[in-house]
Design a binder for this molecule. Sequence first.
Ligand code: GRF
Length: 219
Amino acid sequence: MANTLPIVVIISGQGTNLQAIIDAVDSYNLPVSIEAVISNKAQAYGLERAKKAKIPTDVILYEDFQDRHQYDEELYKKIVSYSPQIILLAGYMRILGPKIVQGFKHRIINIHPSLLPLYPGLTTHQQVINNKDGLHGCSIHIVTEDLDSGPLIAQGIIKVDLTDTAETLKVKVAQAEHFLYPMVLNWLAHNRLKFVDDKIFFDSTQLPSNGLSFFVKQH
Ligand code: GRF
């Protein structure tokens, strides 16, 4: 039996990925303990999801600090207070400062709604429609100081239909995310991922640059 992996989840919004993680930990008995959910938005619905699951919550508002440095200091201290081994970003809409990224090197994971390195940043679904891409999806990667560009652990790929819009793609990609994030968390909890510099190993095999790919069928 694997030891329980303590994690902290950081959010800004709806928290549907957080919910998928809470449900997976619960339904599949993942050896994971969600120590806290931290949000930079007081109204983030994900906070309600956490409270319902009896997970401690914290809100750290950027506006309450003089500058980015002080905000990051507070966030860093708060994370440390929960002693997590892994920090999952699940819809956290700010860039983490160097102190946090370096302080938790290889231990902060993010999910992004595109097949990185395509479309870092916002409006990914609309860019897929504009460019008439045939495939789209989500990526899970290690967080580095550059936005949406750390080493890739896994990608969930979906097919884009001619009738798709940015809105329908959002729904489809969310389904892929809710499948992929708990799966990667399970690998982490079972020590199946190892990080050495920019290289990622899965069960001792080095991953290709786009990580492990899964074609996610819609349901
Ligand atoms: C997801 O699309 C995720 O990829 C991105 O932000 C969105 C968060 O959604 N980073 P939710 O808050 O988990 O519902």
